[in-house]
Design a protein around this ligand. Sequence first.
Ligand SMILES: Nc1ncnc2c1ncn2[C@@H]1O[C@H](COP(=O)(O)OP(=O)(O)OP(=O)(O)O)[C@@H](O)[C@H]1O
Length: 562
Amino acid sequence: MGASGAGKTTLLNTLLQRNLKGLDVEGEILVNGQNIGKGVTSVSAYVQQEDLFMGTLTVKEHLDIQAKLRLPPGTSKTEREKRVDEVMKEMLLEKPKNSRIGIPGIKKGISGGEMKRLAFATEMINNPPIIFCDEPTTGLDSHMSLQVVKTLEAMALEKGKTIICTIHQPSSEVFEIFDKVVFLAQGRIAFHGAIDEAIHHFSSCGYQVPDHTNPADYFIDTLAIRPSEAETCKKRCQDLCDQFEKSVYHERLLKLMDQTKEVRSMTPHHSASYFTLLMALFHRYMLDNIRNPAIMKAKLIQKLFMGLFIGLLFYQLDVDQDGLTGYKGALFYYISELTYSTIFGIQAFMPADYPPLVREYDDRIYPISAYYIAKILSFLPIFTVDGIVLVLSSYFFVGFPISFWTFLRQMFTCMIIEWNVAALGIAVCATAPSYAIAVTVTGPLLTVFSLTGGLFTNVSEMHAWISWVQYLSWFRYGYESLVVNQFEHEKFANITCQGMDLNGMKARVPDSICEESGSTVVRNFSFNADNLYTNWMAMIYLTIVIYVIGYVGLVRRVIANR
Ligand SMILES: Nc1ncnc2c1ncn2[C@@H]1O[C@H](COP(=O)(O)OP(=O)(O)OP(=O)(O)O)[C@@H](O)[C@H]1O
């Protein structure tokens, strides 16, 4: 305990060997007499102040997934289910087990107290002997705070756990539950011992708790640095810390520390196998994608709507010069539709994954690669199905050739385009430090790639110093494949040299501008009919390279954040 700025969080971080960048830490941290460094994570749990859950999951689903992530390899399904039932019972979560967790202030879910107990339940799954908690009662009313601290007490008394907890403004009832309390002031220890002893010690230093006053409030107030009288407060804190160092309580503390140097055994917990981690994370993200109406439902409805719109706009195009403009536009539109909504859809939702990822990575629950692969796999079905919906809902209206293989190639090209786009969306999100930066980078990138896609600029006419950009663009690869696939079909073997004249009547266009066959269209774009499949390979290759770059960016970002 201590006033704001006393060093509580720093002490917890030091014990847990986290977020110590820029700090000069001295001394030794021993767990059962052993200096295990960052290994402290494998014998402890850390319940942080802010609860980070996936609000779309139910309490039970969340715990099931956490059990898969946290229980050691070789744990059977029955054992896992038994453990989940046990922690739900211990943490009084049986009643809300099938309720969605929710997102405070956004989507209604379980109560604040239940959420805190769920945070404990999550950390308790693998039965760690030590539990660190950072201000577990923050944001809870007095009744819920008491319930949470009683739960902690039960863990200590009934399960023999060591609980190290920072606490902010506890009520007298809550304060009395703690066995031992450490008061911090300006990074130093102002007191360590039982609550009665604290009252006695502070009183002997001239700070008697007044009647009808919560001792916790009084001590924190005594140790606080008030800006208006900073120097006096600092001096008071220094005096109290000095007096503690001369007290019997300090002597006892030194003896206790000597005893803890005796080496005792401990059993670190092991994480699940890589495959189990991957499957559990995939399950979690799939459930979230399916439950989140803005991801799954909205995308499918949007693609259906846009597909029908394309179908109506380009309904049964003629095979003449005007029709050609429509066919070319419709094909390019497919790529745009698959690009913009996909990339911005990903960027709207993926940043929310980052805080839990950093936390769970710090807790050594899974490696970053497991998250990254699971995330990619969970997006893959959505960004495959919606492309199929788009093509299915428009293809036959537009008047593209009724040919099984042409249809299938068109669908497949669209699928690969969307995989490529999804890769860029995920990679930019993984690498960019914030959503705003991700969107700012993505906008111009899309403009550059669409401009070099072949519709606005002829691919052979670009200046040598800029034309290389087209080889990074799925617009370029995708458009060439779509154009070749359509215009090399026999439907376009002969194209009427007719177009609309100034009076709105069909008239013959001059031979010099007439594209009399699909092959001419392909040639005029400077596209190559042999590139249809090569482009698929190029897009798949590009997808993989982008994913790798995104992975490296994510790892750098997470590690830099520690
Ligand atoms: N033992 C220490 N020696 C020197 N500086 C310290 C020590 N402990 C903490 N500090 C510094 O004091 C400042 C406040 O520390 P910290 O954030 O841990 O306080 P806190 O008690 O958690 O405050 P709050 O309740 O407001 O979160 C930080 O700049 C930290 O680096």
